[in-house]
Design a protein around this ligand. Sequence first.
Ligand SMILES: N[C@@H]1[C@@H](O)[C@H](O)[C@@H](COP(=O)(O)O)O[C@@H]1O
Length: 252
Amino acid sequence: MQLYMVEDAENLAKKAADVIQEIIKEKPSAVLGLATGSTPIATYQELIRRFQAGEIDFSQVTTFNLDEYFGLEPKHPQSYHTFMHNHLFNYINVAEENIHIPLGVHKDLGDVEGYCKTFEHFISYCGGIDLQLLGIGNNGHIGFNEPAEQLQAKTHLVRLSEKTLEANARFFSKKEEVPQYAITMGIQTILSAKKIVLLAQGVEKAEIIQKLFQTGITTDIPASFLKLHPDVIVIVDQAAGSLLNCNNKECC
Ligand SMILES: N[C@@H]1[C@@H](O)[C@H](O)[C@@H](COP(=O)(O)O)O[C@@H]1O
């Protein structure tokens, strides 16, 4: 993993947008894997700014999102469908038919399994993900791959951990409203991307970023599996990187 420590959230967004812009410049029909959460919002704003300035064209780009809350209709105000449209898609020229976000509503559980397989196949059909953008949960989750004894390889239904329910309660009027399950790409789905960019900002991510760089590969920290990938860039602001000893080559 290659570490970039930048001064603040603004520079983090610029650095992440640079990487995404470069990919689209090299391949206008790039397939982007996108993330939700508060961390990538500034990156999406920077991409919108660059699109409006005529610096990036998304007309041939395809997108796949990492995850979606199970049980929320796409139009629900807290769904990741709504999030992505409000924070990015409504303001750029990506074609609606090229946007793929896991569906959170299904008639029964049998449907979900079949749907997850179809989602996986569709990523392959589109040529695989060129660049996967990731945030990190404060328990080390990526997408909604929660710490557990075993991690799932492919897109699947997952029960959210207490820590995640608490962390995500801020987006809902009360914790009880946070859906208990989600559909998420699996670890192998994520690792199949050609390039991965993980973003972390703010002091509340400092501890998990320290653990990520200091421990080996463990299912207790799902993000640690990124160490198996040859092209991962971790971009942190100074607050999120504040517990790293960057003179120590092992951490970078
Ligand atoms: N499923 C998302 C993750 O993809 C995201 O990385 C995480 C961190 O969110 P934040 O950036 O708000 O800290 O939140 C959610 O749980």
